[in-house]
Design a protein around this ligand. Structure first.
Ligand SMILES: Nc1ncnc2c1ncn2[C@@H]1O[C@H](COP(=O)(O)OP(=O)(O)OP(=O)(O)O)[C@@H](O)[C@H]1O
Length: 288
């Protein structure tokens, strides 16, 4: 399900939160990155039809969201996992999903039961299906969240920071769940976890202050820091004129991982990661 976004602007009062955004999402997984307040959630809410654009167009599978028919089409094909999803603590996972399926218009009880059972199984919650949501861990709650997004077999899935607060095992589990989805439909994953994007998304878009600052292959963003990434061991101060992407104490002092145009004294070049590429891009946008 192709998504075309052109000249998309969103203002709240006098504040411009998205500024003439042009983006395209196609089949497979695309990561959506950007610092806090960049406009990622706003973009997702616009795509989900929760918000209306101030100007510009969103077209999903050829259907323009400015029209009522376009919005209705998008609602039918969309699965949305918002950043904060309220779960009813007194309901079981099965009851909650049954309720959401009803809201999504699955009127036949038998179809609903089958859909819900299939999804509970898919997200690994079949054994906990009848336990109250109030007792679920963060990871289990996120899995219920993705299950509700997948009800109705969506062709466009948008997920907002799905792995925030998850332990490594749950994060890996969630990642493979999303990657499996990407084989069948268009998935947009908004996150601060660069590793999730590096592992699952062949394409990435980066927003900063409401503008698109990178869109293309994830490897292209990594390449942004290629031949500019170094490790610096020092017992002195942090290197200046460089983006520091990691700092770790060593027996001799500190080891900094930096992206810099000129290698700091004693720097050893290393292969860049997506985190380095992202840091390099941000530094080029806002030079220190
Ligand atoms: N309903 C609203 N009214 C006014 N301002 C808003 C509203 N929604 C979002 N904003 C502002 O728009 C900006 C972008 O917010 P948004 O949540 O889209 O960013 P984000 O990239 O998702 O950030 P984060 O990574 O922190 O979740 C923020 O400064 C936010 O305060």
């Amino acid at each position: 399900m192709d998504v075309a976004i052109t000249g998309l602007t969103k203002t709240f009062g006098r504040r411009t939160v998205l500024d003439a955004v042009d983006l395209e999402f196609g089949a497979g997984m695309t990561g959506l990155l950007g610092p806090n307040g960049a406009g990622k959630t706003t973009l997702m809410r616009l795509l989900a039809g929760v918000l209306r654009p101030s100007s510009g167009a969103l077209v999903v599978g050829g259907h323009d969201l400015r029209t009522r028919a376009g919005r209705a089409f998008t609602r039918r094909v969309l699965g949305y996992l918002p950043q904060h999803l309220d779960l009813y603590p007194d309901l079981s996972a099965r009851e909650f999903l049954d309720y959401i399926a009803l809201l999504k218009g699955v009127d036949d009880a038998r179809t609903r039961r089958a859909d819900v059972a299939r999804l509970l199984d898919r997200v690994g919650l079949a054994d906990s299906a009848d336990l109250r949501l109030g007792g679920f861990s963060g990871g289990m709650r996120r899995r219920v969240g993705i299950a509700q997004a997948l009800l109705g077999d969506p062709r466009l899935v948008i997920v907002d920071e799905p792995t925030a607060g998850l332990d490594p095992e749950e994060r890996m589990r969630f990642r493979s769940l999303l990657a499996g989805l990407g084989e069948r439909c268009t998935v947009v994953l908004s996150t601060h976890v660069l590793d999730d994007v590096a592992q699952t998304c062949p394409r990435v878009a980066v927003l900063a202050a409401g503008r698109v600052v990178y869109t293309g292959a994830t490897s292209g963003l990594t390449a942004y820091a290629q031949d500019r990434t170094y490790l610096v061991d020092t017992d002195g101060p942090q290197p200046t004129g460089a983006a520091v992407t990691n700092a770790a104490a060593t027996p001799e002092g500190m080891r900094y991982r930096v992206v810099a145009d000129e290698p700091p004294p004693g720097a050893v070049p290393v292969a860049a990661t997506l985190e380095d590429g992202y840091a390099a891009l941000m530094r080029d946008i806002h030079p220190t």
